[in-house]
Design a protein around this ligand. Sequence first.
Ligand SMILES: [Zn+2]
Length: 93
Amino acid sequence: MKKNLKLVKQVKMSLSVYILSLLMLSMFALNMGCKGSYIAGYSLDPDTTDHNSTIFSEITDSSGHMHWYVKLYDGEVWCYFHNRYEMVKRVRK
Ligand SMILES: [Zn+2]
């Protein structure tokens, strides 16, 4: 019985260590992700926008033209594809 209890304690210990390391790992990954988007957000050079399209919302308008918006709301929104402010009005389908 005593040996069993010790084993259970050991298993519990290793389990908590395992969970803790998992937590640390996910926190580390989250941190890395934040840093990645931070860097990406600062490389908004008009010449490099081609390579950063993943951080934009790619919107295709009714006439088939593509636009890139970081935030989408009704009103004037900066389009990173055309490098200008554009009037955006969301239409519900
Ligand atoms: Zn546009």
